[in-house]
Design a protein around this ligand. Structure first.
Ligand code: ZN
Ligand code: MN
Length: 132
């Protein structure tokens, strides 16, 4: 097998992020690439994820959470976070532009974007609750 370049790893990380909706951690990505890149450490995966973030190709969606989560979907959207299993899913409602305009007026500032995270119990965890 030909020796793989550093950029191959980053390309594969980006591809994984673009093709999943789980909003993965570095450990999740590492797990999926360990057979393909057996000599790569989880720290390298983490470093490459953050390079992709700084290049604007993916987003780091963590906010005070101890474990960072990444999103390959760059469109403006909201998230629902399950407080029991930690799953994060996209909420596809139109972004609240009128709210942005109100905040701009209120602060006399330029609002470039905003984020809203919803927290609760996901459908799967709700079912588990009922069973126990
Ligand atoms: Zn859940
Ligand atoms: Mn998302």
């Amino acid at each position: 097998m030909a020796k793989r370049k550093k950029s191959d790893l980053r390309d594969r990380i980006l591809e994984l992020l673009k093709n999943t909706e789980v909003h993965p951690t570095a450990a999740w990505v590492f797990d999926r690439l360990r057979t393909e890149f057996p000599r790569v450490a989880v720290g390298t995966v983490y470093r490459n994820l953050n390079i992709l973030v700084s290049e604007g190709l993916i987003k780091n969606i963590s906010f005070n959470e101890p474990i960072e989560r990444y999103d390959g979907n760059l469109s403006e959207h909201y998230h629902f976070i399950c407080e029991e299993c930690g799953s994060i899913r996209d909420i596809n409602v139109p972004p609240l532009k009128t709210l942005e305009n109100r905040i701009e007026k209120l602060l006399d500032a330029d609002v470039t974007h905003h984020r809203i995270d919803f927290y609760g119990v996901c459908p799967t965890c709700k079912k588990k609750r009922k069973q126990s």
